[in-house]
Design a protein around this ligand. Sequence first.
Ligand SMILES: [Mg+2]
Length: 265
Amino acid sequence: MGRPPRSALALTFGCERLGKLTAGQGRPRPALRRPWPLWLTVPLLVFGAGCAGTGASTAPSVAAVPSLVEAKHQVVAYVDSGRYEADIAAVAEQAREYLESRAQRGGKLAIVIDVDETALSNLPSLRANDYGFIVAGPCDLPRGPCGLGAWIGMARAEPIRPVLALARLARDRGVDVFFLTGRPERLRAATEANLRAAGFEWTRLILKPDDLTTKSAADFKAPERKKLQDQGYTIIVNIGDQMSDLDGGFAERTYKLPNPFYFIP
Ligand SMILES: [Mg+2]
């Protein structure tokens, strides 16, 4: 084992101090960007933007790197305290109110819903990996590790209940439900099976073509929403857990759910 190098100790203490100052001051912020495929992009868990020094300090840039351990603790506290669930419910309630009132005015209406961490929760796999990112290999639950590909193939993700209620309300009010996800087309069967098992019904599930690579998920999703508009739909609600689910227009209202686990550009 042995002691960590002196520089590591200094880094840890510096960031822990800032972590305490910023804890509870709001939602987790987007984390580091990585050159992975968009739908697989899972960053380090970062609540604060860093821990750069103040005043006349000339601390080296490495001090801006936060403590991963502290970030994980904050994620666990956010989820286990019920705040994550409550925040989701609050956002979904706003969407429900708008959908309910807007649907009364009629028209060829649609709601667009993202899949991961919006319609379906991947928490069991995230927890099993201690909020790390494991793509390959089997998924051993609840112990972990849990490979992402295997997990998706299992089609066992639970619905995010307030979003399921929203989707059901939409259909009940004659509003078409479209799922729009960055998951690739090759995962269609597993995704459909999971959504169905979770209780969702929908008009169409739109997945990203297997060979399509974009800088931002919005570069795929916004044009897909435009296609729906060109087909005569008015998208009254667009809901997702990433800003890239919502950016680019073609929706009357957008609703951003919290996601303290990963960031998709
Ligand atoms: Mg998502």
